[in-house]
Design a binder for this molecule. Sequence first.
Ligand SMILES: Cc1cc2nc3c(=O)[nH]c(=O)nc-3n(C[C@H](O)[C@H](O)[C@H](O)COP(=O)(O)OP(=O)(O)OC[C@H]3O[C@@H](n4cnc5c(N)ncnc54)[C@H](O)[C@@H]3O)c2cc1C
Length: 395
Amino acid sequence: MSQKYDVIIVGGGIVGCMAARELAPDHDVLVVERDQIGGGATGKASGLVTVVEEYSDTPAAAAHAIEFFREYDGTGHFSFHERSYVELRSDEHDVASLRDHAATLRENGFDAAFHTPDELENRFPDTFELDGHAGGIVYEDAGWLDPYTFVTTVKEDAERDGATFLTGVEVDDLAVEDGSIVGVDTEADERIRAEQVVVAAGWRTRQFVSEHVSIPTRPYRYQTYNLDHERTLTEEFPMAWDEHSHLYFRAEPNGELHIGGGTYFVKPPGTPRSTTTEGFQRLIAGTIPELITNLGEAQFVAGDTCRFGDSATPDRYPIIDAPAEAPEGLAVATGTHGFGIMAAPVIGTAIRMVVTDEDGPFSVDEFSLDRFEDRSTDFGSSYIAESPELVGPQS
Ligand SMILES: Cc1cc2nc3c(=O)[nH]c(=O)nc-3n(C[C@H](O)[C@H](O)[C@H](O)COP(=O)(O)OP(=O)(O)OC[C@H]3O[C@@H](n4cnc5c(N)ncnc54)[C@H](O)[C@@H]3O)c2cc1C
C-alpha cells in the first residue's frame, strides 16, 4: 500500500470506529481490524447506557455521552431506547447518604433521585422484591441500544467522510523510526505508512504496545443470559443493577429478560472461551426470581460471553492518551472497563482531542496514562469477581 494516511487506527471495535468517525472529516483515516467490525467485546455487549452513573465524577463527559445518544437516535439503523435505570443499593448503606448522592447528581445537572422500597413500589408497581436493600437510585438519563447496529452505523458515518476499513488483517507491530511512528506492519509483512497511529485493540492493547509503553490493564469477561418467563415486560419495566449480586438486567424487545454480570478476570495469556460458567447460571437462579416479582416459570435461553474479554483499569476509567514516553505519534485508547458502549461518545471525542491537540467539551486529564504511577496488572476491582465458584475451572 503506497498511500500514506494521516491516522491509522488498530482495531475496529466501537472505540476504533468512534475514533474514525471523529477524525475522518478532516483526516485520511485507515482502520485495520484483524477480524470483523464489532467482532470483539463490542458485538457481545448488552447495550446498557447508564453513563451518568458510571461517569458521575466527570459530569461534563457524562452529559456529552447522553446528549450524543439522544441526538443520534434515528441515524441510519440506530435507535436509542430511553429507559429508567435503577441502581438497587444494599441495606449496608444508610438512606441519608444515598439521598445525598442523588442530590449531588442533580446539582451536576442529571435527573436522578433516591427511592425507598415503598417509593420504588409506587414508581414501578409489582416489579421488585427488595429484601436486604435500602432502596434504589433511579436515573432517567439512561437507556439501551443494539451494539452491533450502533457500531455499524458509526462505521458507515466514518466511511461517508472518507475513512477506509480493512478487515481480516492483523497488525503485527508498530513501525517506528528515530523515535517517531511511521505506520504499522501487518501480518502479510506489509508496511502501511501514517503520521499517527491510535491503538484501540481492546484488551490486546497492553501487549501490543508493551515494547514502547506500559499500560495497567487486565482482560476480564462479562457473561450474559436471556431468561424466557411468564411476565409481560412493558416499556415501563426499568433497567436495573443489583448491588448484592452485581447482576444487571433489561427487557428485550421479544419479552425475554436479558441479564448480565458474572464478571471475572481472564488468566494470562488469555484463552478464548465462548460458554458461560455454571457459577453464573447459579448466581442468576439464586437472585433473579427473588428480586423480580411475577416472573413465573423461567428458563435459560441464549447464554453468551465475549470470547476474549474487555479491558479493566485500576480506577474503572479508560486510558486515552498519547503518552510522553511513547514514540511521537502514538496514541492508545483502551481500558473501557465494561462501559465502552455507553462511553463511546466520550471516548471518540477524547481520541480526537488527543490526536489533534484540540480542546473539547470536557477535560481528557482523567483519562491520561500518567494518573497511574504503578503500571502493573496487580490490581483487583470490586466489580470483577475472582471467586472460583463463579469462574469455574477454565477461565
Ligand atoms: C457480555 C458483555 C456485556 C457488556 N455490556 C455492556 C453494556 O451494557 N454497556 C457498555 O457500555 N459496555 C458493555 N460491555 C463492554 C463493551 O462491550 C466494551 O467496553 C467495548 O466494546 C470495548 O470496545 P473496544 O473497541 O475497546 O474493544 P473490542 O470491541 O474488543 O475491539 C477491539 C478490536 O481490536 C481488534 N484487534 C485486536 N488486536 C488487533 C490487531 N493486532 N490488529 C488488528 N485488529 C486488532 C479486535 O479484533 C477487536 O475487534 C459489555 C461487554 C461484554 C463482553
